[in-house]
Design a protein. Sequence first.
Length: 153
Amino acid sequence: MSQPANPQSSPQPIRHPVYGKEDASYQAAGGLEGLTKLVKDFYHVMSTLPEAQRIRAMHPQDLTVSSDKLALFLSGWLNGPRLFSEKYGKGISMPRAHTHLPIIDEDRVAWMKCMELALQQQDYEEEFKQYLLTQLNVPASRIVTLCEHQASN
């Protein structure tokens, strides 16, 4: 009579998280601690990258509140805890929150470059870095569209 296979002896397939499902993206980013580091690196890049000078000028000199808001927003946006609304009130529509600024597509490109360079500094899976850049381009593009529409009215 044959013995059942020992499940511990046979190799199990490696299962990568499905980003965008449940809190897989939040976990892949390292939770709030990882997002806080990402945002710190993002604003450092924005403050030093010549092509980001225009978007850096749209922010206050002291980036403490901006950094906190972005990290907390990303937490909820990546299906983690909804920390932004807990601290700052109801949720936020990123495109509408930026309509007071003269944002153009050149700014979106600079913002995405800052995020790309900040992501390169993170200990994230390469697949997640690419996923996150692709996903962040969606609201970044919507912000440009809404700001340009607002400016033309």
